[in-house]
Ligand binder design. Structure first.
Ligand SMILES: NC(=O)c1ccc[n+]([C@@H]2O[C@H](COP(=O)([O-])OP(=O)(O)OC[C@H]3O[C@@H](n4cnc5c(N)ncnc54)[C@H](OP(=O)(O)O)[C@@H]3O)[C@@H](O)[C@H]2O)c1
Length: 336
């Protein structure tokens, strides 16, 4: 059996370009003892993959050059030489960016079929869901009456943060880029305040306007996916003792110059704010709660299950580049 896979050929500087990658055709061996052969059905692309393309020290090692990159994937077991896996099993792995692979059974986690669509394990019931859930509830400490602000609110993590907070009865302001996304936040997710940041000369003024329209004094919880001027606006419009769950800073990932914003960090002290960064993988203990809540919301028809889907491994890099151009609505997936 053969598989196409995407290799990292050189480390990008600034925005990644086509020459940084190569599509390779490789043989996928029969599984040896304790190994399983899997055909991937879905893979997801994440902004964090940009970090692993560089060799800067981080919380996960960089991708190796001249090897297939890694990322979340859902596949089906084709053949197994391990007693715990059988053909037809649905499995999660971090061996995305390839159509098929043979790996030790320890690299796989079985996922149930039935209650949820397969791709949900890469979205609301998977790492994206856990990022939103842990960040909002544990790191942000969502509590009654909180007014929540979330950036990149039309993306994978952001759209789930917004929905969980709304389902728990909170007023939510979301920001996203462009009229299509603003309409999605307003009409599909039903958010209480919407900012199309591309149309706003001042994000701080826009956020203050939305807060005022809700009859609130400020925001109590900011879920940051973007950093930069979004973080600056949230600091400016935060209530005293507000909590900031620092999930990501996508506006900074391709930047090669020193950041110029936020310029108002003194607000952290003046307003006695709490800013806390987090990484989803430190909160795996919340997985059973996430899956129970998401399954219940899914069955009750309360979740807007939004994915942007590219077809085929040949379009996986398009999906990845699209994250930085804001092309995706909801979770960005590739059907393999
Ligand atoms: N801490 C963790 O464990 C963890 C885990 C997963 C993800 N994350 C972080 O969470 C964030 C969202 O990840 P995701 O996978 O759900 O991606 P996503 O939000 O689905 O996609 C990225 C979105 O970011 C926005 N964006 C891109 N460049 C931007 C810029 N310069 N300024 C403002 N917005 C920009 C775009 O939306 P617009 O069109 O609205 O600009 C784009 O659609 C990222 O920062 C990611 O690194 C963290």
């Amino acid at each position: 059996m053969q598989s196409r896979e995407i290799h990292l050929k050189r480390r990008p500087v600034g925005e990644p370009v086509a020459e940084d990658f190569a599509e390779m055709l490789v043989d996928v061996p029969e599984p040896g003892p304790g190994e399983v052969r899997v055909r991937n059905k879905w893979m997801a692309v994440d902004p964090a993959m940009r970090g692993r393309m560089s060799d800067a020290k981080s919380y996960v090692p960089p991708f190796r050059l001249d090897a297939a990159m890694e990322g979340p994937a859902i596949g089906e077991v084709e053949s197994s030489n391990d007693p715990d896996f059988a053909p037809g099993d649905l499995v999660f792995s971090r061996l995305g960016w390839r159509e098929a692979f043979t790996a030790p059974a320890s690299a796989l986690r079985k996922r149930p079929r039935g209650d949820l669509p397969s791709e949900a394990w890469l979205g609301y019931a998977g790492s994206t869901g856990l990022t939103a859930y842990a960040g909002l509830l544990r790191i942000g400490g969502l509590k009654p009456g909180d007014v929540v602000f979330v950036s990149a609110a039309a993306g994978g993590v952001g759209s789930l943060v917004a929905q969980i907070a709304r389902l728990k009865g909170h007023k939510v302001i979301g920001s996203a880029g462009g009229a299509r996304k603003a309409a999605f936040l307003r009409d599909t997710l039903g958010l209480d305040g919407v900012i199309d940041y591309r149309e706003e000369p001042s994000l701080t003024k826009a956020l203050a306007r939305e807060v005022k329209a809700l009859g609130a004094d400020g925001i109590d919880l900011y879920f940051d996916n973007v950093g930069g001027d979004h973080l600056q606006a949230a600091l400016a419009v935060a209530n005293p003792h507000a909590r900031f769950a620092i999930c990501g800073m996508i506006s900074q990932y391709n930047v090669t110059d020193k950041p110029t914003v936020p310029r108002n960090l003194t607000q952290i002290m003046v307003k006695k704010l709490t800013l806390k960064g987090f990484i989803m993988s430190d909160h795996l203990d919340l997985e059973p709660h996430l899956v129970a809540d998401m399954t219940a919301w899914h069955k009750a028809g309360l979740l807007k299950e939004v994915n942007s889907v590219q077809e085929g491994i040949g379009h996986a890099l398009d999906a990845f580049h699209g994250l930085f151009k804001g092309e995706n609505l909801g979770r960005s997936l590739v059907r393999l």
